[in-house]
Design a protein around this ligand. Structure first.
Ligand SMILES: [Fe+2]
Length: 164
């Protein structure tokens, strides 16, 4: 069993991860709609990754004999004004996710919940990779600007991105 505050925080994080998956699904649809299949497939992969994160947290709760409380999942943003705007949304989602995970880590430390600290270290490391990739992607889209050829090259590169 975990302390109630820690169990509650992990349950909330399940919803945060599902929200991430939902946002990436919306972004997959956005990029599909503007005929950028590489960006779209990157978003689809990210969506699956967020679902896997939610599953990892659920498994952790169950392994510790804790209830899964099914917190609500907010609606993702439904319109994106540009490729840059879409990638800014990715950055926002990832940085918010990092701070939510850090909060759980601090809460776990305060409650001497060592198994949660270990779990959160894994998540913090993953967030480091995700933030770096998202930051670089946004930077490259900004560099490409209105150059359609450069955007198509980026589309190919993102389409070839392996799962981290
Ligand atoms: Fe995640």
């Amino acid at each position: 069993m975990l302390t109630p505050l820690v169990a509650e925080a992990i349950n909330k994080q399940v919803s945060n991860e599902l929200f991430g998956a939902y946002v990436y699904t919306a972004l997959n649809i956005y990029f599909d709609g503007i005929a950028l299949p590489g960006f779209a497939s990157w978003m689809a992969k990210q969506s699956i990754e967020e679902l896997e994160h939610a599953e990892k947290l659920i498994r952790f709760l169950l392994d510790h004999d804790e209830a899964v409380t099914y917190e609500p999942v907010p609606t993702p943003p439904q319109t994106y004004t540009s490729i840059e705007n879409a990638l800014e949304t990715v950055m926002e989602v990832e940085t918010r996710n990092t701070s939510q995970i850090r909060e759980i880590y601090h809460l776990a430390s305060k409650n001497a919940s060592h198994s949660v600290e270990i779990l959160m270290r894994w998540f913090i490391e993953q967030q480091g990779f995700e933030e770096k990739f998202a930051r670089d992607a946004l930077q490259r889209v900004r560099l490409a600007g209105a150059d359609k050829g450069a955007l198509l090259v980026l589309d190919q590169q993102f389409g070839a991105r392996n799962r981290s």
